[in-house]
Design a protein around this ligand. Structure first.
Ligand code: NAD
Length: 439
C-alpha cells in the first residue's frame, strides 16, 4: 500500500469551528483525520463540519456511597457523535484519565468504525472518571447503577447502546441492563436488555463477543499478512496490553502458530525468545493483574521492548502510546493497532518514514462493535447464533472492510490510516447526500 501523506488542512476550517488547534489533543488529532479524509473524498463543506463535531455532549455528576460510609461525587460523560447510519453505539470506559475530549475522540472513532465495517450504527462513547481497580464490587455496582439512572433518558435500545471498554466488563453491562430494565414500562422490560451489548451470555450476550475485538484483528492479519509475504504460521509478534483485546489477540494468534515473543503492560515488559505461552499468560494476568513476574519469561526494558525485531507489533492498551520516540525505536515490519488511536500523528509520520506498514485502528479493532451488532440483532429477533456462525459473519465483515481500505488507498493515493477514514466518510457522505439536511 502507498504511504503518501495528505496535504495539510487549512486553518480556516478550525477558525470556523472556533477550535484552537492543539496538536497534542487526542480529539483534535481524530478530527484532523476525519477532516483530511472528508477533503480528500470531496465531501461538501457542510458535511465536513457536521462530521468534525459530535451531535451531543452530555456530562452528569452524582454522589455514590462508598464502603466506608462517605459519599463521593462522580463525573460521567456520554458523547453522541453522529447517527446518520443508525442508533448511536459505543463503549463506556471507567478510568481516572477520562475527560470530555477523550470521550469525544473515541465517539468520533466509533462513527468511523461502524461505517467502515458496515454495521448500521452511529458513533458514541461514554466514560466515568474513576479508578475501578481500587473500587470494591459494591462501589462499582452503585456507581454503575447511578450512572445508568443519570443517563437513562439519553440511552435506549433504538437510540444509544453502550458496551464495554477499558475498565468495564460484562458484569457492568449486566448492571446497566438491569437498572435500565427496572426503570422501563412492563411491556418493554424484556426487550430493553438491548440497551447494552457485551452482556454475559446468560443475560442475552452473544457467543464470541468477549473475544470479538481480538478475533477481528486476527481476521485482518490473516487477510493482510500473506500479501506482505509473512505467513501467520511462524510470524513473530509483540503486544502492548494483555487485557481483553491484547490477551485474546495473543491467544488466537498462538493458536494459529504465530509466536508471541514479548508483552508490555502497566506492570512491565516481558520477553521469551522462543515464545510466551499465550493462554498461561492470560490466566496469569487474570490472577496477578499484570504480566510482570510471569515465570516463563525474562523482564526487559521499555526501550528493548519497542526495539524488538518482530514481524508485527500490536498496540492493544491505551491511546497515544506510540509517539515519535517510540516509533523511532520500532523494528517491526507491521504495526496492527488493536487499541483506539494508539499512535500520535508525529509517531505516524516516523513510522511511515521508516517504511513500517500500518494496519489502522478503525479497521483492526472494529470486530468488537461488529459482534455487538450481532448481539443486538439476536436480542431483537429472539435468536441465538452459534459461535461458528458469529465468527463466520465477523470474518466476512472484517475481510470486506480490509478490502475497502485497500481500495481507498489506491483510489485516493494515501496511506492506510487516511484511507480507512476515507472509506468510512464516503459512506456517511452518501447518506447525507441522499437524505439532505433538515429542514
Ligand atoms: P483492558 O482494560 O482489558 O486492557 C487494557 C490493557 O492496557 C491492560 O493490559 C493494561 O495493563 C494495559 N495498560 C494500561 N496502561 C498501560 C500503560 N501505561 N502501558 C502499557 N500497558 C498499559 O482494555 P481493552 O478492552 O483490552 O481495551 C484496550 C484498547 O482497545 C483500548 O484502546 C480500547 O478502547 C480498545 N478497544 C477495546 C474494545 C473491546 O471490545 N474491549 C473494542 C475496540 C477497541
Amino acid at each position: 500500500m502507498t504511504t503518501e501523506k495528505p496535504a495539510p488542512l487549512p486553518d480556516s476550517i478550525f477558525e470556523e469551528l472556533a477550535i484552537h488547534r492543539d496538536p497534542d489533543n487526542v480529539f483534535h488529532q481524530t478530527m484532523e483525520h476525519v477532516l483530511a479524509a472528508s477533503m480528500i473524498t470531496e465531501l461538501p463543506h457542510h458535511q465536513q463540519i457536521i462530521l468534525a463535531q459530535p451531535n451531543n455532549e452530555i456530562i452528569v455528576q452524582f454522589p455514590v456511597r462508598m464502603d466506608d460510609g462517605h459519599h463521593k461525587l462522580f463525573k460521567g460523560y456520554r458523547v453522541q457523535h453522529n447517527n446518520a447510519l443508525g442508533p448511536y453505539k459505543g463503549g463506556i470506559r471507567y478510568h481516572p484519565d477520562v475527560s470530555l475530549d477523550h470521550v469525544k475522540s473515541l465517539a468520533t472513532l466509533m462513527t468511523m468504525k461502524c461505517a467502515l465495517v458496515g454495521v448500521p450504527f452511529g458513533g458514541a462513547k461514554g466514560g466515568l472518571r474513576c479508578d475501578p481497580w481500587n473500587m470494591s464490587p459494591g462501589e462499582q455496582e452503585r456507581a454503575t447503577r447511578r450512572l445508568t439512572t443519570a443517563l437513562s433518558t439519553q440511552i435506549g435500545p433504538e437510540y444509544d447502546i453502550p458496551a464495554p471498554d477499558v475498565g468495564t466488563n460484562e458484569q457492568i453491562m449486566a448492571w446497566i441492563a438491569d437498572t435500565y430494565q427496572q426503570m422501563s414500562d412492563g411491556a418493554d422490560q424484556q426487550d430493553n436488555k438491548r440497551v447494552v451489548t457485551g452482556k454475559p451470555v446468560c443475560c442475552g450476550g452473544s457467543l464470541g463477543r468477549t473475544k470479538a475485538t481480538g478475533q477481528g484483528l486476527v481476521f485482518v492479519l490473516e487477510e493482510a499478512m500473506p500479501s506482505l509475504g509473512i505467513p501467520i504460521e511462524g510470524m513473530t509478534c509483540s503486544l502492548i496490553g494483555y487485557g481483553n483485546v491484547g490477551g485474546w489477540t495473543g491467544q488466537l494468534l498462538s493458536g494459529l502458530g504465530a509466536k508471541v515473543q514479548a508483552v508490555m503492560d502497566h506492570s512491565g515488559a516481558i520477553y521469551n525468545e522462543d515464545h510466551l505461552p499465550a493462554q498461561h499468560l492470560f490466566e496469569y494476568v487474570g490472577k496477578n493483574g499484570g504480566v510482570a513476574g510471569f515465570p516463563q519469561s525474562e523482564p526487559i526494558s521499555t526501550e528493548d521492548f519497542y526495539s524488538l525485531n518482530v514481524d508485527v507489533l500490536i498496540p492493544a492498551a491505551l491511546e497515544q502510546m506510540i509517539g515519535p520516540d517510540e516509533a523511532s525505536l520500532i523494528n517491526a515490519k507491521v504495526v496492527a493497532e488493536g487499541a483506539n488511536a494508539p499512535t500520535t500523528p508525529r509517531g505516524d509520520e516516523v513510522l511511515m518514514e521508516r517504511g513500517v506498514e500500518i494496519l489502522p485502528a478503525i479497521l483492526c479493532n472494529s470486530g468488537g462493535v461488529t459482534v455487538s451488532y450481532f448481539e443486538w440483532v439476536q436480542n431483537k429477533t429472539s435468536t441465538t447464533w452459534t459461535e461458528a456462525e458469529v465468527d463466520k459473519r465477523l470474518r466476512s465483515h472484517m475481510t470486506e472492510a480490509a478490502a475497502r481500505v485497500r481500495s481507498a488507498a489506491g483510489k485516493y493515493h494515501c496511506g492506510t490510516r487516511i484511507a480507512s477514514f476515507c472509506a468510512a466518510v464516503e459512506l456517511i457522505g452518501e447518506v447525507y447526500q441522499v437524505r439532505g439536511v433538515f429542514p
